[in-house]
Design a protein around this ligand. Structure first.
Ligand code: NAD
Length: 500
């Protein structure tokens, strides 16, 4: 039995707690490994290591830190196929999609390589006569990252490249469902020349997370996962004086206007709803056609396309499947149950993925693409995140109805509008209460040099991930006001408010 351990002080470190979680290959349903779950004491030890390493790493010049990240980028590229296979074997997503997530993660590394420029701070000469003011963007200390199962490479890479580039040390707590990729990334960081103890991986569950949220040596916590846990992380870590960015769940709507290029919209919807088996926080799970005619035509085309959706293992000889299995047997049951709930609530089940004839899928956690029509706000399949290949059509009478439906929703992660009308698109961007908006772009994930984050209950905390928000999150600003008088030539005592 392969046991996935921890990565501390630049080396694999055996877990001591005696507690383990099972890691499965979702394409076969077989156990592929067990992962050690750190005890509170082991987690405290890891924090101690990162705290000690901070004293040295924070004094390494930004240029040298960047050079290590350049080498890391080259190593990840060199090992891209191996990493993508690792992702697919534990997560289930198809190989090309796994490569895609790696590329999106690497873009953050590329951004972080610019840290000498990004961490420059500001300078003003002569804020008063003979007085200069400048700001330092200093690292905060030990940072922790807690990541979800659905992007085992990309989400950790949203966090640690910028944190490390800014001079912080890091403890990664990956999802216990697919922990191997962050472990491999840790090895590559060491190979790239990152000093011992600067990046550590602690595998674990609530026991280790709770230590990361409360130990006073941890200064900042980045979290990505489901909303209830995001809220818990935000509340607990904030209460313990840490800065927190906690990204939660989503229910993303795509509006299809009557003037949209419907073929384009349908192609976009297929990838956005069913890619990665719907297990993306930016997946489109609700299509909102405006007008009955748009809705009828859209539905017809979606049904046709669903007939050609190729579902199967993520790693195959020959061309990739369109979508792989779900992450666990429990999650498969949950998604199947949601389909039942939708039927009970009175939505029309147009294509039932539970009934799909899937070849070569054995005991894996597969389900076919599912389509509902006439899904209304208030139904659970509209309000709750299913996180599976289930697309709902929620018909809107007008643009304003569509906007109101989305703005009333609990989540506000991503959304898109498909239209040929610039005015409608512009109005949409202005009015919609969602953090990331696509115009004829179904999954508007911002590039690494912009920031990623939702609104409402999709994100807790003021700062988004990566881009300039990332640099701000992982640095503390210090502002120096300095005066170098040429000498004491006159009486300088002053008892009034300084105004320079
Ligand atoms: P999850 O919330 O179950 O787990 C996320 C992390 O939290 C894991 O590392 C897990 O070990 C830890 N965790 C779980 N329960 C905990 C507890 N009680 N106390 C402390 N830590 C705990 O999420 P998941 O199922 O791994 O991932 C799917 C979710 O992540 C979806 O809701 C999805 O929308 C969301 N997600 C959001 C974004 C985003 O950018 N907003 C991105 C990716 C995923």
């Amino acid at each position: 039995m392969n046991t996935i351990q921890h990565y501390l002080n630049g080396a694999l470190t055996e877990g001591q707690s005696g507690r383990f979680a099972t890691v499965y290959n979702p394409a076969t349903g077989e156990q592929s490994a067990q992962v050690a779950l750190a005890s509170a004491d082991e987690t405290r030890q890891a924090i101690g290591i990162a705290d000690e390493a901070f004293k040295r790493w924070s004094r390494v010049t930004p240029l040298r830190r960047a050079r290590i990240l350049f080498r890391f980028k080259a190593l990840v590229e060199e090992h891209a196929d191996e990493l993508a296979r690792l992702i697919s074997s534990e997560h289930g997503k198809v190989f090309s999609d796994a490569k895609g997530e790696l590329t999106r993660g690497l873009e953050v590394v590329e951004f972080a390589c610019g840290i000498p420029h990004l961490q420059k701070g500001e300078h003003s000469m002569n804020v008063g006569t003979g007085v200069d003011s400048y700001s330092l963007m200093q690292p905060v200390g030990v940072c922790a990252g807690i990541s979800p199962f659905n992007f085992p490479a990309m989400v950790p890479m949203w966090m640690f490249p910028i944190a490390l580039a800014c001079g912080n040390t890091f403890i990664m707590k990956p999802s216990e469902k697919d922990p191997s990729t962050p472990m491999r990334l840790a090895e590559l960081l060491t190979e790239a020349g990152l000093p011992e103890g600067v990046f550590n991986v602690v595998n674990g569950d609530k026991e280790s997370v709770d230590v990361l949220l409360t130990d006073e040596r941890v200064q900042a916590v980045s979290f990505v996962g489901s909303t209830p846990i995001a809220e818990y992380i935000y509340a607990t870590a904030s209460q313990h004086g840490k800065r927190v960015q906690a990204l939660g769940g989503a229910k993303n709507h795509m509006v299809i206007m009557p003037d949209a290029d419907l073929d384009q919209a349908v192609d976009a919807l297929m990838g956005a709803a069913y890619g990665s088996a719907g297990e993306r926080c930016m997946a489109i799970s609700v299509a909102v056609p405006v007008g009955e005619e748009t809705a009828n035509r859209l539905r017809e085309k979606l049904v046709e396309k669903l007939g050609t959706l190729r579902v199967g293992p993520g790693l195959v000889d020959g061309p990739d499947n369109d979508m792989g299995p779900l992450i666990t047997a429990d999650h498969l049951d949950k998604v199947r149950d949601y389909i039942g709930v939708g039927v009970e609530e009175g939505a029309e089940l147009v294509v039932d993925g539970r009934e799909a004839q899937l070849e070569g899928t054995g005991q894996g956690y597969f389900i076919g693409g599912t389509l509902f029509d006439h899904v209304k706000p208030g139904m659970r399949i509209h309000s709750e995140e299913i996180f599976g290949p289930v697309l709902a059509i929620s018909r809107a009478e007008s643009f304003d109805d569509a906007v109101a439906m989305i703005n009333d929703h609990e989540f506000g992660n991503g959304t898109a509008i498909f239209t040929r009308d610039g005015d409608a698109a512009r109005q949409y961007c202005e009015q919609i209460q969602v953090g990331m908006v696509g115009v004829n772009v179904p999954i508007p994930v911002p590039m690494a040099f912009h920031s990623f984050g939702g609104w409402k209950r999709s994100l807790f905390g003021p700062l988004h991930m990566h881009g300039s928000d990332g640099v701000r999150f992982y640095t503390r600003m210090k502002t120096i006001t300095q005066r170098w008088p040429s000498g004491i030539r006159e009486e300088t005592n002053s008892f009034t408010m300084p105004t320079h």
